[in-house]
Design a protein around this ligand. Structure first.
Ligand SMILES: C[S@@+](CC[C@H](N)C(=O)[O-])C[C@H]1O[C@@H](n2cnc3c(N)ncnc32)[C@H](O)[C@@H]1O
Length: 1022
C-alpha cells in the first residue's frame, strides 16, 4: 500500500483550514457546516488509491442498516474505511461509544470533529489526536489511508468475508469485461467467436449477458482452484477451461492484466489462500466451494438461480438416495452400483455430490472401470461444471491414490440431448463425450433436477426455455391424459426432467429424483401420474413436506429441507425387465411429520439409512389417478354434479348448472382494481397509452428477428405484461378505454372495488361477458362462488351480484362461479342457467312441482355452508367440483339459502352492530383509515389514532371464508396499500362517505352473527 502523499503545503490542506476558519468566524459549528470541508480532503486523498468516497452509503449490520457519513470504496465496491463526522460541541469519545453501540464497524473507522480525530482499526483505538494543527491531521490521514487489514486468521472468517463480497466482485469484473468489449478489438473478436460457440452448443438464444457471466465464473473460480485447492493445472487440464482461457487471454492481453485484476482482490483471496494452506481436509474446503456455487448465483445471477434451480442438495438426502438405489439394485436386480453395465447418470450434476457419494459406495476394485466408462453427468452452467469436475476427480484421487481426468462430465444442456440434433458441443472432446453418453445404456438416473414452473411476473423476462421434442413428449402424454383445465404446472422443469429420465432409462433401471412433490397430489398432474404408473413397476414416494403455501404455519427456512417454499419429496421409480406385460406400478408412500424442522428430517433420513427401513403405505390410485392417502367418500358420487366440463361444452346436460366460470383473473390487480373509480381510469389510461405504443413499436420494428420478451418495455411503473397481453400485441390489437368498462367487482369478501374489465387488459375474463355483461344485470343476476378443486384454505362459498375476482375468498385459492342467469354479450337474451334436467330431478325426488330454479339455487347455497357436508366430503371437494345430494328437508335448506343470500349480497344494507366508540380526547375527529388492527384479545379494533371500536363479540370470528373471518377480511383489505412494483396507491377512504369503513365494520359483524345463526340452524344432511 503506497504511503499517502499529503503535505501541509498542499492547497487541499490549506483550503481545509481556511474553510474551517470561515465557519468558526460565522459560529456555524454544527456537523452539516463542518463536514463538507473534511469530505473534500478525504476525496483528494482517495484519488491517490483509486478509491471513491461515498457519503451515506447504506451498511448492513445484522438486521440494521447504518449510514456512515462516508465510506471509501474501491472499483469493486469493497469498502476500505469509514468516516463519521461530528461537530465541535459533541463529546467525540462519547459519540464513538454511541456509534459502536449501534453496531458501527471497528475496522478502520475515523471519527472526526474539527478539532479532534479518533481512529479505530482492527478492533482497537489507534489514535486520538488534536487535528487543529496540520502535522497531526496528516498523520491521522496517513494512518487511515495506509491501513492494511490483518490477514484473516480463521478459515471460516475468510470464507464468510469472501461469500459476502462475491456479488460485488462479480459485478466489478462484469464492468471490466464490458469496458473491454467496447474498445479491445482482439477481445471483441474472441468474445464473438466464443458466443457463437456457446449459442451452438448450449442455447441458440443465449444472451450476451449469459456469456459474460461465464467469463466471470471462470475468472473468479480459476484462481480458487489453482491456489485454494492446489490444482495448478486445472485450466490446462479441463477441456472447457482450456477453451475459455483463450478468450480470457484476449481479454487480458492489452492494457488490462489478469494479475492486476486479481491483485485488487488479494485481500480476500489472500486470506482464503493463507487459511487453505493450513487445512489438509478437502471436505472442509469443499464446503466452501458449495457456498461459492450457491452464493454466486443467488447473489449475482438471481434469474439463473431461479430458472436453473441452483441449490445445493443436503448431504443426508444424497446419502439416503444413494443407499436406497444400492438397496434396490441388490434386491430387485441382484446387482449393485459397482456392477458392470450399471451405467449411472446425474443429468443435473451441480457440484457433483451424488456421483461422489456413489463412488464412495462402490467397491474400490470396481472404481477404475466405472469411473472411466459408466459414470456420466451433465451440467449447463460453467461454475458448477468446474466444481463438479474437480470434486469428482478429487474423490477419485482420494479413493485410488492416482489422478485421472474425469471424462464422464459434459458441459451441455441435458434437454438438448433428447432433441435429436447432431451439433458440435463446444469442443471436439466435449462433443465426443456427449456422443458417448448418448450411446450408453443408462441404468440408474439419480439427481436433484431444477424445479421452477414459470416466472411469476411476465415483466421479469425470465421464462423457462422451450425444448420442442421434450415439450411434445410432455404434451402427448402427461398433458393429453390430464382432465385438469389448467395444466400450466406441467411446464415445470422437474416435470420435463421426469419425462426425459423416464424415456432415457431402457427396459429396466432406476430413477431417483428429489423434486417438487406437487405431482403426488395436485390436479394438473393426473395425466403424469397415469403415465408414471404405466412407465414403472414400483414407485416409492417419501414426502418430506414443507409446502409453505399449503400450510402457512410452516416456515420455509425452518421446515423445508431446501429452505424453500414448495413441498419436496424423494422419489424412487423402478422399472423391471417386463417387455410383454403392461406395467402398472405398485405405489408406496410415506411422509415425515408435517411440523418437523429440517434437521429432524435429516436425522430421520440418516437413521433410516435407505428405503428398506421406511414403513411404506401402499396407495391404490382411483379411476381419476388420485394417489391420495386421504379417505374419499364414495357416497359423494351419488349427488348431482353442480357443473361439468361436458355440460359447459353443451355435449351433455346432466348437470345442475349449464355454464360456470372462474372469477376474473387480471394478473395486474394493482393497475386495474382500485377503490377509487377515477384512479382506475387514470392508471388504465397510462397503461393503455404505453401498451398501444408498444404495439406500434413492435409492428414497425426493423429487426424482424427480435425477441419479443426482450424487445418490449419491462418497466413496472408503466406496464405489466402477461402472456395474453403479449398475444394481443402480436396480433396488433390496440386497447381502448371506455367508461362502461369500469365495473363493480367483488375483490375479496365484503370488499367491492372498481375493476377495468376488458378483453385485452383482463388476462382471463372467463364467462363473465355472458354473466354480467352490463351493470344492469347486477340488479337481477347472482353467482355462487365456490372453492375450486385443489383448494388450500378452508372450503368456502359466497354469493355475489357483481363480477368476482379469481381469488375472491382466499388469495392462494381460485374460485368457480355458478350464475343463475346468462346473457348474450350485449346484455340481451336472458337465460336461466339451471338446467331443466336438474329441475326435473329435484321435482321428481321430492314429488313437488312447486320447486323452482331459484329454490334450487338457494338450496345449493345453504347446503354448501353445511359444516357436516364440508367435513364429510373434504377430500372429494379437493378433487372434484361439488356434487349436491338430496337431503330430507328441501324447503328447510331452500329457505335458509334465501336468507343467507339476502344477508351476503346486501351486506351493505345490514344493521350496524352497536360497537363502543373510544375516542382520543387529544385529537380532532378523524374517520380516515391507514391500517386498522385488532387488540390482542380481538375485542377491540384500533381504527386510527383517534378512534378505537370496542365490544366486538367473539362469535363474529366463527364466520370464516378462506383463511380469515369475514371481519378479518375487512380489516385486512380496507387499508392504504402501495403496490411494490408499480408504486400505485390504493386508498379505501371515501371522500363522499367518510364513515363508510366504520359502518361497514358494524355491518359485517351483523352479517357474521346472522350467518352463523342460520348455519347452526340448518337441517340435517341425511
Ligand atoms: C439442484 S441443482 C443440483 C444440485 C446438486 N445435486 C448439488 O448438490 O450440487 C441443479 C443443477 O442443474 C443444472 N441444470 C439446470 N438445468 C440444466 C440443464 N438443462 N442441463 C444440465 N444442467 C442443468 C443447474 O445449473 C444446477 O447446477
Amino acid at each position: 500500500m503506497p504511503t499517502l502523499n499529503l503535505k501541509a503545503t498542499h492547497n487541499v490542506v490549506k483550503d481545509y483550514y481556511d474553510t474551517l476558519k470561515g465557519i468558526t468566524t460565522l459560529h456555524l459549528f454544527h456537523e452539516g457546516a463542518v463536514s463538507p470541508a473534511f469530505a473534500a480532503l478525504l476525496r483528494y486523498c482517495s484519488r491517490q488509491y483509486g478509491w471513491t468516497l461515498v457519503e451515506k452509503s447504506p451498511l448492513k449490520r445484522g438486521n440494521r442498516t447504518l449510514y456512515p457519513d462516508g465510506t471509501l470504496f474501491d472499483d469493486f465496491k469493497i469498502p476500505h474505511g469509514y468516516w463519521e463526522a461530528k461537530d465541535t460541541e459533541d463529546d467525540l469519545a462519547q459519540e464513538v461509544r454511541k456509534k459502536f453501540a449501534t453496531g458501527y464497524p471497528r475496522d478502520n473507522i475515523l471519527f472526526q470533529a474539527p478539532d479532534r480525530a479518533i481512529l479505530w482499526q482492527n478492533g482497537n483505538q489507534i489514535l486520538d489526536e488534536d487535528i487543529t494543527e496540520s502535522g497531526r491531521l496528516i498523520e491521522v490521514l496517513k494512518a487511515f489511508f495506509g491501513y492494511q487489514p490483518p490477514a484473516f486468521e480463521r478459515w471460516e472468517l475468510a470464507v464468510e468475508e469472501f461469500k459476502a463480497v462475491i456479488p460485488e466482485l462479480a459485478a466489478g469484473v462484469l464492468k471490466l469485461i464490458e469496458a473491454e468489449r467496447a474498445t479491445n478489438r482482439r477481445f471483441i473478436l474472441a468474445f464473438e467467436g466464443f458466443m457463437a460457440l456457446c449459442r451452438e452448443a448450449i442455447n441458440p438464444n443465449l444472451s450476451v449477458q449469459a456469456v459474460e457471466e461465464m467469463l466471470i465464473q471462470h475468472l473468479l473460480t480459476e484462481r480458487i482452484f489453482r491456489r485454494v485447492f492446489n490444482n495448478s493445472d486445472f485450466a490446462e487440464r479441463n477441456i472447457i477451461a482450456r477453451e475459455i482461457e483463450k478468450v480470457i487471454q484476449a481479454l487480458t492481453a492489452s492494457h488490462f492484466s489478469r494479475q492486476d485484476f486479481l491483485k485488487s482482490l488479494d485481500r480476500f483471496y489472500g486470506a482464503l489462500e493463507a487459511a487453505a494452506d493450513t487445512i489438509d481436509d478437502y471436505s472442509q474446503k469443499q464446503t466452501f466451494l458449495n457456498t461459492v456455487y450457491e452464493k454466486f448465483f443467488q447473489g449475482f445471477s438471481i434469474k439463473v438461480a431461479d430458472t436453473h434451480g441452483i441449490v445445493y442438495t443436503p448431504q443426508p438426502i444424497v446419502d439416503f438416495m444413494v443407499r436406497s438405489v444400492e438397496d434396490i439394485l441388490q434386491r430387485e436386480f441382484g446387482r449393485s452400483l459397482s456392477s458392470k453395465v450399471v451405467h449411472i447418470l446425474d443429468p443435473f450434476v451441480g457440484t457433483g455430490n451424488f456421483l461422489m457419494r456413489i463412488m464412495r459406495e462402490m467397491k474400490k476394485t470396481a472404481l477404475e472401470y466405472k469411473y472411466k466408462n459408466e459414470i456420466h453427468c451433465n451440467e449447463v452452467m460453467l461454475l458448477p461444471y468446474y466444481v463438479a469436475s474437480m470434486n469428482i476427480e478429487h474423490e477419485y484421487y482420494d479413493l485410488t491414490g492416482s489422478y485421472e481426468p474425469f471424462g464422464g462430465i459434459c458441459l451441455v444442456d441435458t434437454f438438448e440431448l433428447s432433441e435429436d440434433k447432431q451439433i458440435p458441443m463446444f469442443t471436439t472432446e466435449n462433443t465426443q463425450r456427449v456422443n458417448r453418453q448418448k450411446q450408453s445404456p443408462i441404468f440408474v438416473i439419480i439427481s436433484n433436477p431444477p424445479y421452477n414452473a414459470r416466472q411469476i411476473n411476465e415483466n421479469d423476462n425470465n421464462k423457462n426455455r422451450k425444448y420442442p421434442s421434450n415439450d411434445k413428449r410432455v404434451a402427448e402424454t402427461y398433458a393429453k391424459d390430464s382432465r385438469a383445465t389448467n395444466k400450466n404446472a406441467l411446464s415445470d422443469v422437474y416435470v420435463k426432467a421426469m419425462r426425459l429420465a423416464s424415456d432415457r432409462i431402457g427396459e429396466e433401471g432406476i430413477l431417483a429424483f428429489i423434486s417438487n412433490n406437487s405431482f403426488i397430489n395436485d390436479i394438473a398432474f393426473d395425466g403424469m401420474r397415469r403415465h408414471l404408473t404405466q412407465d414403472f413397476d414400483i414407485i416409492y414416494l417419501l414426502d418430506l413436506g414443507g409446502n409453505v403455501r399449503k400450510n402457512p404455519k410452516l416456515s420455509g427456512t425452518t421446515h423445508n429441507v431446501f429452505g424453500i417454499q414448495v413441498g419436496v419429496s424423494i422419489n424412487l421409480f423402478v422399472k423391471k425387465e417386463n417387455a410383454k406385460k403392461k406395467r402398472e406400478a405398485k405405489i408406496f408412500y410415506a411422509s415425515t411429520d408435517e411440523y418437523w424442522r429440517k434437521d429432524q428430517k435429516y436425522e430421520f433420513l440418516d437413521k433410516k439409512s435407505h428405503r428398506g427401513n421406511i414403513e411404506w403405505k401402499e396407495i391404490c390410485p382411483d379411476k381419476n389417478m388420485n394417489w391420495s392417502t386421504e379417505v374419499l367418500s364414495t357416497e359423494f358420487e351419488t349427488g348431482l354434479p353442480i357443473g361439468t366440463k361436458e355440460a359447459k361444452a353443451e355435449t351433455k346436460t346432466e348437470t345442475i348448472f349449464q355454464i360456470y366460470s372462474r372469477g376474473a383473473e387480471t394478473t395486474r390487480d394493482g393497475w386495474v382494481y382500485n377503490f377509487n373509480q377515477r384512479i382506475v381510469a387514470k392508471n388504465v389510461s397510462l397503461f393503455v397509452a404505453v401498451y398501444n405504443d408498444e404495439v406500434n413499436r413492435w409492428h414497425s420494428r426493423t429487426d424482424r428477428q427480435a425477441d419479443l420478451d426482450s424487445f418490449v418495455l419491462n418497466d413496472d411503473t408503466k406496464i405489466k405484461w402477461s402472456s395474453r397481453l403479449k398475444e394481443c400485441l402480436l396480433q396488433g390489437q390496440r386497447a381502448e378505454i371506455s367508461h362502461d368498462k369500469i365495473r363493480h367487482a367483488l375483490y375479496r369478501p365484503f370488499c367491492r372495488q372498481f375493476l377495468f374489465f376488458d378483453a385485452i387488459l383482463t388476462h382471463r375474463r372467463g364467462q363473465f361477458p355472458y354473466i354480467f355483461p352490463a351493470p344492469t344485470t347486477e340488479e337481477e343476476n347472482r353467482v355462487i362462488c365456490v372453492s375450486d378443486k385443489a383448494y388450500r384454505e378452508n372450503f368456502s362459498v359466497l354469493m355475489a351480484d357483481v363480477i368476482p375476482d379469481l381469488h375472491v375468498l382466499a388469495s392462494s385459492d381460485t374460485f368457480q362461479c355458478f350464475p343463475f342467469y346468462t346473457y348474450d354479450e350485449d346484455g340481451s337474451n336472458r337465460q336461466e342457467n339451471i338446467t331443466d334436467w336438474a329441475l326435473e330431478q329435484f321435482r321428481a325426488h321430492y314429488s313437488d312441482t312447486n320447486i323452482s330454479k331459484w329454490n334450487i339455487f338457494h338450496y345449493i347455497y345453504a347446503l354448501l355452508h353445511h359444516p357436516q357436508y364440508r367435513e364429510t366430503y373434504a377430500a372429494n371437494l379437493k378433487r372434484e367440483l361439488p356434487r349436491i345430494p338430496f337431503t330430507p328437508d328441501f324447503w328447510g335448506f331452500a329457505e335458509a339459502g334465501k336468507q343467507l343470500a339476502q344477508i351476503h349480497v346486501n351486506y351493505e344494507d345490514q344493521e350496524e352492530y352497536p360497537l363502543g366508540m373510544l375516542e382520543n380526547d387529544d385529537l380532532p375527529l378523524n374517520w380516515r383509515v391507514e391500517k386498522m388492527r385488532f387488540s390482542k384479545d380481538k375485542t377491540q379494533i384500533v381504527y386510527n389514532d383517534f378512534l378505537t371500536l370496542a365490544g366486538v363479540p367473539p362469535e363474529t370470528f366463527e364466520y370464516r371464508l378462506g383463511n380469515r373471518s369475514a371481519l378479518d377480511w375487512v380489516i385486512d383489505q380496507y387499508q392504504v396499500k402501495t403496490d411494490k412494483r408499480s408504486g400505485i396507491v390504493n386508498d379505501p377512504n371515501r371522500s363522499d362517505d367518510p364513515q363508510y369503513i366504520v359502518q361497514l365494520i358494524g355491518k359485517v359483524i351483523t352479517v357474521s352473527l346472522e350467518t352463523m345463526r342460520v348455519v347452526k340452524g340448518l337441517p340435517l344432511l341425511g
